[in-house]
Structure formats: C-alpha cells, structure tokens
Ligand binder design. Sequence first.
Ligand SMILES: NC(=O)c1ccc[n+]([C@@H]2O[C@H](COP(=O)([O-])OP(=O)(O)OC[C@H]3O[C@@H](n4cnc5c(N)ncnc54)[C@H](O)[C@@H]3O)[C@@H](O)[C@H]2O)c1
Length: 334
Amino acid sequence: MTYDLSEKSHVLVTGVAGFIGFHTATRLLQRGETVVGIDNLNDYYDVALKEARLGQLAKFKSFTFVKQDIADKDGMESLWREYGPFRRVVHLAAQAGVRYSLMNPYAYITSNCMGHVTVMEMCRHTKDFTHLVYASSSSVYGANRKLPFSVKDSVDSPISLYAATKRADELMSQSYAHLYNIPQTGLRFFTVYGPWGRPDMALFIFTKAIVEGKKIEVFNNGEMKRDFTYIDDIVDGVLATLDAPPESGPDAPPHRVLNIGNTRSENLMDFVRIIEKELGKKADVEYKDMQAGDVKETYADVSETSALTGFKPKTPIAEGVPRFIEWYRGYYKV
Ligand SMILES: NC(=O)c1ccc[n+]([C@@H]2O[C@H](COP(=O)([O-])OP(=O)(O)OC[C@H]3O[C@@H](n4cnc5c(N)ncnc54)[C@H](O)[C@@H]3O)[C@@H](O)[C@H]2O)c1
C-alpha cells in the first residue's frame, strides 16, 4: 500500500533512544513524517549512547522526544492527550537481552508485559486506529530444531523469560485484534547489528574487547550460528510493514506475526574473522560452554514477510560488519 504523505498522521515510536527505534525514527523523518518518540532512558546500558542517538534525532524539526515509561498507564494517557492521538505506532520499547532475563526477571514483566498492554490500551481507545507494529523476537522459536524458522512453526517452548514475554506479547496482541479489531503486526527480529548498535550484543562486545586487547568469550566452544540482520534491512522491513496494515477476514482478526531476518545462518567464528580483519588485530578467544537461555542456531524464513510487504534483505555480514566498525572507530575515537 502506498500512502499519500500529506494524508498521514504523525507516528509514535516507542523505545526511540534504543538501537532499532533510533534508526526507525530517522528513516521515518527522512521520508517526511512527523514523529513523536518516547523512551524511559533506563540504564540497562550506557545512557550516554541513548542520549547521543537522541541528539542525532533532535536535528529534525518534525521530531519530538518525550521521556516516558510505557508501563506507566497515567503517563501514557497524558502523552496521548497532549501529543496524540496516534493512529500509527511502532512499538520497540522493551527490556531486551536473553541473558539479563535470568538476572532481573521483573524488568521484563514490567516493560514487556505491562508495557505492551498499556500501548495496546491506548491504541484501543483511538478512533480510526490504523496500525500497531511491535517488536517480537526470533528467541520465541526457543528449542525449535526445524530450520529455517518459519512463522508456521510451533513456538510453545521458550527457553528464556525474555522469549516467554515476547511470545506473551504476540498472544495478547492476537486477543486484542480479535476483541477490538486493532490492526497489528508483530515482527520477529533476528540478531540485529549495525552502527549505533547495542553494547550488550556480540558485535559490540567483541569489537570493544579486541580493540582493548582483552579476551573475548565465545560460548558453546564457537559452535553457534546466527542469522545476523543488518539494521538498514530491519528498518526497510519495519517501514514496509507499517505501510501494509493487515485486514480482518471473516474468521481472522487483523493480526499477524512476521520474521525479519537476513535468511542466512552464519557461523559465529566467521563473524569474528570479519571483525578481526577489519580491526587488523587477532581476537584472544576464550571458549566457554553453552549459556543458559541461549539457542545454538537461528535462521529465518521470510517468505510470508516478502509476499506481504516486499521485504528483501540486502546486506551480507561482509558489508555490514565493516560499517559497524567504521562507526565504532568514529564514535569512540579509536
Ligand atoms: N536488537 C536485536 O537484535 C533484537 C532482536 C530481537 C528483538 N528485538 C526487540 O526489538 C526492540 C528494540 O530492540 P533494540 O535492540 O533497539 O533494544 P534497545 O535496548 O537498544 O532499545 C529499547 C529501548 O526501549 C527503552 N525502554 C525499555 N523499557 C522501557 C519502558 N518501560 N518504557 C519506555 N522505554 C523503555 C530503552 O531505554 C531502550 O532505549 C525490543 O523490543 C527488542 O526486544 C531486538
């Protein structure tokens, strides 16, 4: 579907100071949209990085930032009254990270469950609501052994609380689409990387350690495979999805779940080799056992996503990793 931009209402982006939220808002602004972005700027990782991303967004006149927690019902109602109503929402705020969900489970329930319901409640009470696009995760495939992961596969065996909260979001969205006819799409992102990326993720951690001459820890003795998806491809998928809201059928509520991945499962050690080559420095690798909550391999089947939105990932890791490292060198002056 193509929108006439002049007829568009403004878009709310939650988690706008985060990695994917920042890039999504940037692209929306570049295509001429008005964006209101919210984030609670929590300190799960370096707040200065979140603020630096907001600093980039502040260069756009049609961008407004509001510091707001999505799990705060009263605050969200005030936001809707003051800056809304929002008929299109890209909901990316969440407590991310598989491993941290073993340490601080409550953060996941508050942001990912209460927060998700609060966002849906706002949409429910918005007249002519058009589309809620929200972040799910490839981690919902959990112990699934069939590859590539298809949205038709069973996802009843999460192996981390993070995955369980993301699956809960999908189920809650299905119920709201059924009850209140709210058009929604859940996007299962597969390991996203790129400039302005997250400090708790492998590419960032490995790059930092190699630059600083420290050891890198590689789990499951390096026997890990990931479908690494470059941020620009993710944003292509988010925008294409936002522009193509689902319609309800006689027995089908307007809700669907789609994979967004690069459709290649890469060996983790090949990923490490590209980082080494770019930095011109060997990694000091410490091999470790598998971590609780982690999966050995991810690999996306995006056929439904492509058929519905035209999504087609374009960036191999040999191109994407050097772009991250160029950003890292510039941002941290190394
Ligand atoms: N990056 C990936 O590889 C990946 C993979 C699968 C799914 N996801 C999902 O995509 C979304 C975006 O991920 P990201 O990588 O940009 O993570 P991120 O942590 O960089 O961004 C999330 C942002 O949400 C904000 N936030 C968290 N809880 C909040 C709350 N209660 N209220 C308001 N703001 C809150 C954080 O401050 C942060 O800026 C998340 O939902 C994440 O679970 C990411």
